[in-house]
Design a binder for this molecule. Sequence first.
Ligand code: FMN
Length: 247
Amino acid sequence: MSKCYATNYNSSPHKGNGNTAVILDPFLQGMKEAGADISLHYTDDLIISACRGDLRCMTHTPGTCIHDDDMRWLFPKMEDADIWVLASPLYCDGVTGPMKTLMDRMVPLLQLFVELREDRCRHPLWTPKERMIVLVSNCGFWENESFDPVIAQTKAFAKNVHAEYAGSIIRPHGPTLKAMIQKGLPVQDVLDSIRDAGFQLIDKGYMDECTLNAISRPLKTRDAFLKDANEIIQNIIDHAMIHSESL
Ligand SMILES: Cc1cc2nc3c(=O)[nH]c(=O)nc-3n(C[C@H](O)[C@H](O)[C@H](O)COP(=O)(O)O)c2cc1C
């Protein structure tokens, strides 16, 4: 792929210190190394109001939302971008609220008219452009299947906005990855695979399936995960009790 611009949104409330950042950062690094222009925004730093659903952006003021907030300057950046990287921790099997609001606020890309595309009703784009969408997500639970609903939603969203779904960087038991990095345990292969995926996306226009699979490999058995997670949770509760008793 020639020089491209990738705009990245991280919707974790923990911003650069969260588990989402642990996997997003090497992905950005890989894209940069392959020559992409990158921008990174934390939704927590932005004012993006919820869509009011009056559809004036699709009728009266084509492409312009009624809200005068940070989307006024972000929307043109997203319009220009070749790649949208949507990074979100898994919240109740989907993206976070702020990420969903951002997705809703991309509707001004579309006209209200309806057309058939691949045998489905769709709104046409005001300005046709080729784009790719990548999901970057981590979650608390152990199973890769935790991401099935959010991947399905990202694929559907990509179709809705006439973009190509380019794949997902998914990291189950995300907090375990961060803990293992902090303890110096052997997880560098996961971070290297994430960086490789970012590089491949820019260099070849797609990410290898084996690279994506390496990113979400189990870091421990499910039994060990259950045991360790519950021990940590018990410690947190005990610590909170001691703290509240000493107040
Ligand atoms: C409100 C809320 C809902 C969550 N829902 C899920 C869930 O459905 N499945 C899951 O595996 N983890 C869930 N989690 C755990 C987060 O995905 C996990 O802690 C993640 O590592 C947070 O990433 P961050 O540090 O970047 O914020 C949830 C956490 C919160 C706070």
